[in-house]
Design a binder for this molecule. Sequence first.
Ligand SMILES: [Zn+2]
Length: 294
Amino acid sequence: MKDQIIRATALNNTIRISSVITTGIVEEARTRHHLSPVGCAALGRAMTANLLMTWGLKGEGSLTIRFLGDGPIGGVISQAFSDYTVRGYVGNPDLDLPLTAEGKLDVGSAIGSGQLNITKDIGLKDPYSGTTDLVSGEIGDDIAQYYLESEQIPSLVALGVLVDIDYKVIAAGGVIVQALPGAPENVLDLIEEKFLLGKGISILINNGKDAKGLLDHYLEGIDYKLLEEYDVAYDCKCSKERFKNGLYTLGTSQLQEIIENDGQCETRCHFCNDMHTFDEDELKEILDSIQNQN
Ligand SMILES: [Zn+2]
């Protein structure tokens, strides 16, 4: 099944809904970062939510979500772009925690208590930034609370990552339903029953529901209008050039030290875990150009 996002509205545009399949994206995150099952569930849910939240993002726009808790995972960071790509990482990818009493991966304990910070960059001088306290660290609840507190939009969020016994991701995805001004009062309560009862979203996806199938399931009996349908993917915007700019900030003495001691420098991107290596000639070139500037 393709990784895909769809967006729709219902009830005269008073309800907006997005659903996304992210199985391939979360599996790529797992292999790139060598994530443990709980690390995979945490980052997978965050990246899935991040894509759902990019509604209306245009041009070079990006939306970054940071789960900054006191738990042992040491932070979960995800960034999604207007071209429907996403990237992310966690502080401690090999964290291993016992399952919860219900037999689930314990994302809440991994993240702990703390704050959720959201930054929306739409190319203005100062990006918009908002912070709320984490509710449970389970990601879905925290995103819903963020929307309620910061944007006064009541929201239902379901996120799921299903990991096999060999740790491979076999199903991942999510749905968000939001009530805009004018929405019938009890409509989210009715839809919420669908969220709470029955099978979890990752089971639905594993049983073959695609992004549209998820909407049909959660909005059963409600007519909706399909607005957009796009492929989504894991993609990092990093380049060797960008890391080169970072080396310029090291200063001459530190660069000289690296050249003398190591003869090369390896930089690793947090977001995709790719390595960019600078050999002695490249380092000397950077050093020369700094010295020529002075
Ligand atoms: Zn990268």
